[in-house]
Design a protein around this ligand. Structure first.
Ligand SMILES: NC(=O)c1ccc[n+]([C@@H]2O[C@H](COP(=O)([O-])OP(=O)(O)OC[C@H]3O[C@@H](n4cnc5c(N)ncnc54)[C@H](O)[C@@H]3O)[C@@H](O)[C@H]2O)c1
Ligand SMILES: [Zn+2]
Ligand SMILES: [Zn+2]
Length: 368
């Protein structure tokens, strides 16, 4: 079929919206008609050419939500008409990692996905017979996408898809970092560094876990206001004296949980240093630049602080994204507050500009 898609043709250049070809879903694959798609940093990072693993031409986009239009052979988990959220982090339910409760990092299709191919090593995207590669296994800056069934979460049909799409990446990452990676306990003190999509999700996650005190640190007063709305009990402007300020607020000990959502290694260090002696857990969500490292004084670890990393918030996508969406439907999470701008596919590059200017939390592309 023919469809419109935003293609990364050349690094550092705007995406080009054009008609390209999409093949039918093969065995284990599903055709999804996209209804909405968020614009995320990872798309912009890849488009910029800074990401060393990037490739072109490719159709970007990974925060999609839509409706199943057709299923390939052997797909029994989804039916035509189902509402789905795309998962750059799949869940095959069979590999060693999927069978373990300790991680959400599925091993099933990593290699091919990382190279821009579907699991059988080919693409469904093309132009004049020349293959165009998939991005993060999702390629949702397009009217339609073909994806492995193991990378689609079936969500309640009652969830508006323009909000459900935010659960495809940033929001689930933040919520999950608090709920599944850190497993924040009721009554604890938590500090969240960063109040973008991920940090605000983490604030909400800490609140849902019953944290007593939730401190959010950011550079923007406006974003800190949003953090309060999501459940932060204290907010502060970040800087060189942040660790000291947090130690002061916590009787000199530090917080039970710190969650980093900035991507800055200097802030990651602050997250470790402001975690409580004895048991404080510092959870890292941010994606740092290639080659960057975190400086940690070993004594901080010997005296009981721990560090964890969180990919997609530790969320096992097919099982837990539907549960998180349900909590939104139950009124536990205010998702509307994150949807700042609505764009058409043709305006996709404006989504990057808005992100660059830190205008709003998320821009969402709506497909007519
Ligand atoms: N682990 C994952 O699976 C995953 C998924 C999505 C995003 N991410 C990463 O998470 C990070 C956050 O994503 P986002 O969409 O929320 O980004 P964002 O840019 O919207 O938010 C980052 C926030 O950090 C704040 N900040 C900057 N310097 C600070 C400082 N010194 N102290 C405190 N706050 C500071 C900024 O003001 C901003 O509000 C990025 O690195 C992103 O790549 C990771
Ligand atoms: Zn993302
Ligand atoms: Zn798996």
């Amino acid at each position: 079929m023919r469809m419109r898609a935003a293609v990364l043709e050349e690094f550092g250049q705007p995406l080009v919206v054009q008609e390209i070809d999409l093949e039918e879903p093969k065995t284990g694959e599903v055709l999804v008609r996209l209804v909405a798609c968020g614009v995320c940093h990872t798309d912009m990072y890849t488009a910029s050419g800074v990401d060393p693993s990037g490739y072109a031409p490719a159709v970007l986009g990974h925060e999609g939500a839509g409706v199943v239009e057709a299923v390939g052979e052997g797909v029994d988990s989804l039916r035509v008409g189902d509402h789905v959220v795309t998962l750059f982090s799949p869940q095959c339910r069979e590999c060693e990692h999927c069978l373990s409760p300790r991680t959400n990092i599925c091993l099933a299709i990593r290699d091919q996905q990382g190279k821009g191919y579907l699991p059988d090593g080919t693409t469904r995207l093309s132009r004049d017979g020349e293959p165009i590669r998939h991005f993060m296994g999702t390629s949702t800056f397009a009217e339609y996408t073909v994806m492995p069934a193991i990378a689609l979460a079936k969500v309640s049909p009652e969830a508006p898809l323009d909000r459900a799409c935010l659960f495809a990446c940033g929001l689930s990452t933040g919520l999950g970092a608090a709920m599944y990676t850190a497993k924040v306990e009721a009554g604890t003190t938590c500090v969240v560094f960063g109040a973008g999509m991920v940090g605000l999700g983490a604030v909400a996650g800490c609140r849902l876990q019953g944290a007593d005190r939730i401190v959010c640190v950011d550079l923007s007063q406006e974003r800190l206001q949003m953090a309060r709305h999501q459940g932060a009990t204290d907010v502060m402007i970040g800087g060189a004296d942040t660790v000291e300020a947090i130690l002061e607020m916590t009787g000199g000990f530090g917080a039970d949980h710190t969650i980093e959502a900035t991507g800055l290694v200097g802030v990651m260090r602050q997250a470790v240093e402001s975690a409580r002696m004895g048991w404080g857990l510092a959870t890292m969500c941010g994606v740092a630049g290639k080659g960057e490292t975190i400086a940690i004084i070993p004594r901080l670890l010997i005296t009981g602080r721990r560090v964890a990393g969180s990919s997609f918030g530790g969320v096992k996508g097919r099982d837990q994204v539907p549960q998180l969406v349900q909590r939104y439907l139950d009124g536990d999470i205010d998702v509307d507050a994150f949807l700042s701008h609505r764009l058409t596919l043709d305006e996709v590059n404006r989504g990057f500009d808005l992100m660059h200017a830190q205008d709003g939390i998320r821009s969402v592309i709506e497909f007519a």
